[in-house]
Ligand binder design. Structure first.
Ligand code: NAD
Length: 485
């Protein structure tokens, strides 16, 4: 039986890559190739940009209410195809189908719904200066926007960029990760059904260094939104900087969980487990460094390890699976290399650190790794500073508030943090002192889509979400009028 071939989407049509070359698309839970993804190059990017430029002429002039209506329809279609999309995301990515069904796909629908309604309420500024002048600011769509997204939350993050850009009247050329192209491909079909005009969204599949960099370097793509690793973000900034493109970069993280002795320990353990291991630890916001105040350290560690070893690792298609496969063989190797490094750096592996035993027959060739907990590492060692992006968490004791703030801030990253305490004053003090874009207090991943989302330091520049995204994808133009006497 021949395997399905995905296609690029340009000008509202599904098209073969111009080279007719394809890459293998692997199911991480089995290690087997299950479809092929276009290995696009600069010619495909060129074709997509041309379609997007053509569509911009009309789409940018389309009334806001009409753009909103189409995006709402698209959100409804995602809901209507929830099961199909969740299964596809599970097979493409290795994540538990239950997670795709409850997190990834509903969030993709929510992204379109959020920006479809936000755009109707978006307003620009106006100022009257002492009766002398009236200044108002137009916010105009910027043109063709290039978007590059990662594999960990494929449709969720793809739609998080595409939705605000097209809501504002821009057109888009997007490249999903070559490791997880399936749901972006399926979304194109839903765009056609929703009545999105041809060329408003164009998708170019393929490798980052080939298809991705062609989008980044294209002179007519003046706006770039990237989510992915810090090293890739640096490369994109290097190319886009001298071309004076507007660039948003959402990059890696090494997020701390700060657990104070006065915290509700049951909840802190339950939620830290979730923040450490959801999606096999492959969420940029996962808390991979847990700091626990000394009086409760031993209790926390033993209960946390016990809970981690009970997480059900298995076939992602199984409804009861809590930990699926990692995204690729090379990613498992990377994660394993950090566990080896932890041993060299003096760490003690309390659980995990290996491929799980007892996987079902179907998954024997898959890319699985046990939830892993490491203690006794120096705070400033590489394992505690570098992003692993897998099911590996370190736990370190601390003595006081000042010390744990220093520990938490002691990496080059600054995406998010979680603080667990029942002392309200401390929660606010610590939140203010942490060098991150988002602080959760006594929770994790509870975020309103209206807040400006993003990181500081090596976790990125710019903010996505809410009104920030609408500002990012529009160009302000001031009209300054003298008020006649
Ligand atoms: P990655 O940087 O390897 O790839 C991301 C995307 O960039 C992919 O589509 C890839 O094909 C493309 N790409 C690679 N090289 C490129 C180049 N030279 N030019 C243009 N495009 C290129 O990241 P990944 O492994 O897919 O994702 C994991 C990383 O993403 C982690 O570091 C994680 O923290 C980060 N991430 C950040 C956020 C956030 O919001 N800050 C969200 C999710 C993931």
């Amino acid at each position: 039986m021949s395997l399905p071939k995905l296609a690029n989407y340009a000008g509202g049509k599904f098209v073969e890559p111009i080279s007719a070359a394809y890459l293998d698309n692997v199911d991480p839970s089995t290690g087997a190739v299950y479809s092929y993804v276009p290995d696009s190059d600069d010619r495909d990017a060129e074709r997509a940009v041309a379609a997007a430029e053509k569509a911009f002429v009309t789409w940018s002039q389309t009334p806001t209410a009409e753009r909103s209506r189409i995006l709402l329809k698209l959100a409804d279609l995602i809901d209507a195809n929830l099961e199909r999309l969740a299964r596809a995301e599970c097979i493409d990515n290795g994540k538990p189908v239950k997670l795709a069904r409850t997190l990834d796909i509903p969030r993709a629908a929510a992204n379109f719904r959020f920006f479809a309604t936000a755009i109707v309420h978006f307003h620009s500024e106006s100022h009257v200066t002492d009766g002398v002048g009236l200044n108002y600011t137009l916010r105009q769509p910027r043109g063709v926007c290039g978007m590059i997204s990662p594999w960990n939350l494929p449709l969720y993050l793809f739609s998080w960029k595409v939705a605000p850009a097209i809501a504002c009247g821009n057109t888009v050329v997007a490249k999903p990760s070559e490791l997880t192209p399936m749901t972006a491909y399926m979304l194109c079909e839903l765009c056609t059904q929703a009545g999105l005009p041809p060329g408003v969204l164009n998708v170019v599949h393929g490798l980052g260094a080939k298809a991705g960099s062609a989008i980044v370097a294209h002179p007519n793509v003046r706006t770039l939104s990237f989510t992915g690793g810090t090293v890739t973000g640096r490369e994109i900034a290097r190319i886009a900087g001298p071309l004076f493109k507007k660039v948003g970069l959402e990059l890696g993280g090494k997020n701390p969980n700060l657990i104070f002795a006065d915290a509700d320990l049951d909840e802190a353990i339950r939620e830290s487990l979730r923040s450490s291991f959801t999606n096999q630890g492959q969420i940029c916001l996962c808390g991979s460094r847990v700091f626990v105040e000394r009086p409760v350290y031993d209790r926390f560690v033993s209960r946390f390890v016990e809970a981690a070893t009970k997480l059900r690792v298995g076939d992602p298609l199984d409804e009861f699976t809590e930990q699926g496969a990692l995204v690729s063989r090379s990613h498992v190797e990377k994660v394993r290399s950090y566990v080896d490094l932890a041993k060299q750096e003096g760490g003690r592996i309390l659980c995990g650190g290996a491929v799980p035993a007892g996987l079902p027959e179907r998954c024997r060739g898959g890319y699985f790794f046990e939830p892993t907990v490491i203690t006794e590492l120096p705070v400033d060692c590489r394992v505690n500073r570098e992003e692993i992006f897998g099911p590996v968490v370190t736990i370190t004791p601390f003595d006081d508030e000042r010390q744990v703030i220093d520990y938490a801030n002691g990496t080059d990253y600054g995406l998010s943090a979680a603080v667990w305490t029942s002392n309200v004053g401390r929660a606010h003090r610590v939140a203010e002192a942490l060098q991150v874009g988002t602080v959760w207090v006594n929770c994790w991943l509870v975020r309103d889509l209206r807040v400006p989302f993003g990181g500081v330091k090596n976790s990125g520049v710019g903010r996505e979400g809410g009104v920030e995204a609408l500002r990012f994808f529009t160009e302000p133009k001031n009209v300054c009028v003298r008020i006649p006497k």
